[in-house]
Ligand binder design. Structure first.
Ligand code: WT7
Length: 593
């Protein structure tokens, strides 16, 4: 792990070899070979990420290097990971939680988040990680939709649970895993896994490939957030992409900056790397460039998976800040979540001697779909090519027929059937069906996900060049991507109209130099209310507290009337086009369901 391992442009020594080589004879079964997993071995993500690593000589290896605010630091071996995830699994069983029950983990990026995530999976539960900056309303919608039975949280966040608990009859257990036990309310249970008796043995649930594992909520244009349901079989997709795209090897020190409330933080911040027995770092403190560089320097981070917003923030602070630290341990940089602009790729080569390689995927896809590999020619600004085993195409925006010619813009679509693909939107089969072109009206989720004549449509627009590289164009819907986090306009609008001053509201994205987009609200006021600085603050705080800081409008525009379709739906696209200075064109083309 010295500077000599640095392979600028990553041509040498990668796990992947050439793209063409990997395409030939591709089989997802290669992931099993990588793990040495044989038919009959236990298929349980929780156990594969901890027990199995220990059983294969990894018990003493560092699994987690953790740093929090101030100078709080801790390291855990894979044996600790095994024992503490056993601890959570055993505790949950003792609480009456059963396989298939939804268990939410709602906490900062503290070690117990990682232990409990694996613990829920070990006992056969469905783990539902939620971003802890969510306010009570965001939390309530997602817990109600999932019929969540238990929530694991901390004293810091439990007050949000208390506010909504009465309205959530399925939520039987509120478990506080850190903080002051004496501050608990009646009915709440305290469990500190590191202080509890060590659970050396726990027999993990014998999951089948289709056994439900992780449940992530994601936002769409219409309606409340949807629960993208994953299964234990996803691990093969996560392992193979971790190995080939993130290029992780035994002696790597890997840092994924994503929070496990979002899919990057679970697929590549927990599952893929730990299944491979890789040492991971977690930094649970706010962002500053120097804090991040210090973290890389202190821990000799070799592989880094981050997001364009973070990279733009680092860029803004300049190369001089980077130059004050020893970042020579870095050998491979990857990015996801938003368009990675060419400038950021070029800048990172200057600042770190390595380009950030873009990867593209979604909560629904569960694993990386389009990507730049080490060893592949990087075209700055392009997302790269389809991962081997993934059939990707562009569909015509209107006819949904595959597009042949290079350069033409279409909808990114994939043939169903890759291992980490989501199996359903919980309780919303019709919405799931609507994501597939060619689906029969009565097709069940199981029929859809295995039918290779269909196309799963991502909801993003792109073009493909003559070399097969994808160039992202934008989303095909009204979802706002702020700093790599999707926020649904409907959820924000529903909350806005609950404010006493607001009659009607539209939420749209507005351009932002660092976050790409931030939320802007366009509203009409109820009689008796006038625009003012106080009102603006009151609306902003209202949304921040109920939903999250991400959903909080950075700007509020007051109008007399909102533009609407003939059927009375608010024309967000029109407002967005105005905001971005785009051609508004024929209004009828902006009507969008
Ligand atoms: C949406 C998915 C799974 C990653 C975390 C986000 C946008 C993702 C890229 C990229 C341009 C990207 C798309 C996509 N997106 N990666 N490399 N270039 N846009 O998961 O919250 O489900 O968001 O993020 O719009 O559909 P997610």
């Amino acid at each position: 792990m010295s500077g000599t391992r640095r392979t600028s442009k990553g041509t040498a020594l990668s796990n992947i070899g050439s793209y063409d080589e990997r395409l030939k004879g591709f089989d997802w079964g290669i992931a099993r070979e990588i793990l040495g997993w044989e038919e009959g071995d236990l298929l349980n993500i929780g156990a594969i990420c901890s027990d199995r690593v220990c059983a294969r000589d990894g018990a003493g290896k560092i699994a987690l290097i953790w740093e929090g605010f101030g100078d709080r630091k801790a390291t855990y071996t894979f044996d600790d990971l095994r024992v503490y995830s056993n601890g959570f699994a055993d505790f949950l069983v003792g609480q009456g939680i059963e396989p298939g029950d939804r268990v939410c983990v709602f906490m900062d990026k503290i070690p117990s988040l990682y232990f409990s995530f694996l613990g829920v999976l070990k006992m056969g539960g469905i783990v539902q990680p939620l971003f802890c900056a969510f306010g009570d309303e965001s939390l309530e919608v997602r817990l109600a939709s999932a019929g969540t039975r238990a929530i694991l949280t901390t004293q810091k966040h439990v007050r949000k649970v208390r506010k909504i608990q009465e309205r959530l009859p399925s939520l039987e257990k509120v478990i506080v895993v850190a903080g002051d036990e004496s501050k608990l309310k009646d009915g709440e249970v305290f469990f500190d896994v590191e202080a509890a008796l060590r659970v050396e043995e726990f027999e993990s649930h014998a999951a089948g490939p289709e056994t439900r594992s992780v449940l992530h909520y994601t936002s769409g244009t219409t309606g409340q957030p949807k629960g993208a349901q994953h299964v234990h079989d996803s691990i093969w997709g996560q392992v193979l992409t971790t190995s080939w795209v993130l290029d992780l090897r035994d002696d790597d020190v890997y840092w994924c900056t994503a929070d496990p409330g979002w899919v990057t933080g679970t697929s590549y911040g927990i599952i893929g790397p730990w299944a491979l027995g890789i040492t991971q770092c977690v930094l649970d403190s706010g962002f500053t460039s120097s804090r991040w560089y210090q973290f890389i320097q202190d821990n000799r981070v070799t592989v880094w998976y981050s997001a364009p917003t973070a990279i733009r923030s680092l860029m803004r602070d300049g190369e001089e800040v980077a130059a004050r630290f020893d970042l020579s341990s870095l050998r491979h940089l990857t990015s996801v979540g938003e368009p990675l602009n060419a400038e950021a790729v070029v800048w990172s080569e200057k600042a770190y001697g390595l380009p950030f390689l873009d990867t593209y995927w979604q909560t629904e896809t569960g694993s990386i779909m389009i990507t730049n590999f080490p060893g592949m020619k990087v075209k700055p600004g392009s997302m790269g090519k389809a991962f081997p085993g993934i059939t990707a195409a562009l569909l015509d925006l209107r006819t949904h027929e595959p597009i042949g010619e290079p350069g033409k813009v279409g909808l990114i679509a994939f043939r169903p059937g890759w291992p980490a693909m989501f199996r359903e939107y919980r309780g919303q089969d019709d919405v799931y069906r609507s994501k597939f072109v060619g689906a029969a009206d009565d097709a069940t989720p199981d029929e859809l996900r295995t039918n290779e004549d269909l196309w799963y449509v991502s909801g993003d627009r792109s073009s493909i060049d003559a070399d097969g590289y994808f160039w992202f164009v934008g989303r095909d819907d009204d979802v706002i991507n702020t700093g790599g986090h999707l926020v649904g306009p409907f959820e924000i609008e529903s909350a806005l109209v609950e404010h006493e001053a607001i009659a009607e509201a539209a939420a749209i994205g507005k351009p932002d130099a660092v976050n790409m987009e931030v939320v802007k609200a366009v509203v009409t006021l109820n009689p008796g209310f006038e625009p003012s600085g106080d009102l603006e603050l009151s609306i902003m705080n209202f949304i921040r507290k109920r939903l999250s800081p991400l959903a909080m409008p950075q700007e509020i525009e007051y109008v007399e009337k909102l533009p609407k379709t003939r059927s009375g739906k608010i024309l967000r696209r029109y407002l967005r086009a105005l905001e971005w200075g785009e051609e508004v064109g024929d209004l009828s083309t902006l009507e969008h369901d």
